[in-house]
Design a protein around this ligand. Structure first.
Ligand SMILES: NC(=O)c1ccc[n+]([C@@H]2O[C@H](COP(=O)([O-])OP(=O)(O)OC[C@H]3O[C@@H](n4cnc5c(N)ncnc54)[C@H](O)[C@@H]3O)[C@@H](O)[C@H]2O)c1
Length: 365
């Protein structure tokens, strides 16, 4: 139906990611009403003006109580998901929460309980699932192309700009480990690719030589044993220097099965820019300036996608628009559910705990 406007969307958190989602909502034919909330009035009102939002408030409860709202996007800082997510679920709204679901197991459980009690559909922003390469791999794995998966090797490399930008916005930093904030993307992706396997035990070690002074760790390397004996080596460093050409995330995943293998190279070295002029690009939230000039850039290493001509292109567009279709028509989509996100958090926290204790631990169910 041309011009049909069906649903009302609320976006809570109007920063980098909330802005991308709100712009996509405004551009989508199925969205007829858009309300915004941010605790920072300047950031929120600026976005409200840019997208001609129907309302702006600094009060989360006021926004989710509006009768126009059908579905809510929670795009607040990692430590700030619980209250808006619980309020939105309790009001009966479909929910899209940015990763991680929460930063502690208890908060994540409370969000999940609120979602389950209200029986609302809730998904979490594991945007990488919407990359064509991972969808193609998933389809082959589900089709049995490699047989039974026995071994998975995951290596995530990240530019330290991400933790520096992330840590800057809060004093509550002990929860913001490389696993909980960013390794979680690879954890969700690999658990999803592996299919119906339950993580059971984990051993891990961490190092904090560079980022320890900022209240986090540089890297965590671990081995997860699944209930069926599958071994998964999960490793992340988010301490690569600012001048590393990958501005955000580079990933390698090897999945070995009884009858085949899928080897995924996602380091973005296939699209290299070198310039005499300093290059921006990547994750640059409000008020963050990199500590060094970057002249070489692996383009497309910013996982959500890239801007061109004032519009945002890439997996976050696919993910957000697919969610609007899910809200409108109940379309089955590959989004991570809140249950998936809770499971991913428990793996990340388990790796952190195993590294702290220096021994293998049993993961919480
Ligand atoms: N899906 C992805 O690929 C992806 C990529 C980057 C970040 N993220 C996630 O998105 C979330 C937001 O990250 P960002 O980069 O947009 O951060 P940001 O700092 O740019 O924006 C967060 C906004 O939330 C607001 N806010 C914080 N607490 C609030 C509260 N209690 N009530 C109302 N507003 C509040 C802040 O004022 C800020 O404007 C994080 O969970 C992050 O991990 C997801």
């Amino acid at each position: 139906m041309p011009g049909s406007k069906a649903i009302g969307i609320a976006v809570i958190g109007c920063g980098t990611i909330g802005r991308i989602r709100a712009v996509l909502a405004k551009q989508h034919a199925a969205v007829g009403w858009l309300g915004l909330c941010d605790r920072d009035e300047n950031i929120g009102r600026r976005l409200a003006t840019d997208v001609a939002a129907d309302m702006f408030t600094t009060d989360v409860a006021q926004l989710v109580a509006r009768p126009e709202v059908d579905a809510v996007i929670v795009a607040t800082d990692e430590n700030e998901h619980e209250r808006p997510a619980v309020l939105a679920a309790s009001a009966g709204h479909a929910l899209f929460v940015e990763k991680p679901l929460a930063t502690t197991a208890a908060a994540s459980r409370r969000v999940l309980d609120a979602i389950e009690a209200a029986e609302v559909d809730a998904v979490v922003g594991y945007t990488q699932r919407f990359r064509r390469r991972f969808l193609a791999a998933k389809a082959r794995l589900e089709g049995g192309a490699v047989g039974e998966v026995t071994t998975v090797v995951t290596r995530a490399f990240m530019n330290r700009m991400v933790p520096l930008a992330t840590l800057r916005r809060t004093e509550l930093r002990t929860t913001l480990t490389p696993m909980v904030v960013s390794g979680t993307h690879s954890v969700d992706l690999c658990l999803w690719l592996m299919g119906d396997k339950t993580p059971e035990r984990v051993y891990a070690r961490s190092v904090d030589r560079v980022l320890g002074v900022h209240g986090t760790k540089d890297a965590t390397l671990g081995v997860v044993t699944m209930a069926d004996g599958t071994l998964w080596s999960m490793n992340i460093s988010w301490a690569l220097p600012t001048v590393w050409p990958g501005s955000v995330y580079g990933l390698e995943v090897g999945i070995v099965g009884t009858s085949g293998v899928i080897d995924i190279e996602d380091t973005h070295r296939d699209l290299v820019l070198a310039s005499e002029f300093p290059q921006g690009g990547g994750y640059e939230p409000e008020g963050f300036a990199p500590d060094a000039m970057r002249h070489v850039d692996f383009l497309t290493s910013y996982p959500p996608g890239d801007e061109y001509a004032g519009q945002f292109w890439g997996p976050m567009r696919e993910e957000t628009n697919a969610w609007f279709a899910r809200v409108v028509s109940g379309l089955a989509t590959p989004h991570a559910t809140a249950v998936d996100a809770h499971r991913a958090l428990l793996v990340c926290l388990g790796m952190d705990e195993a590294a702290t204790r220096g021994e293998e631990i049993k993961l919480q169910a």
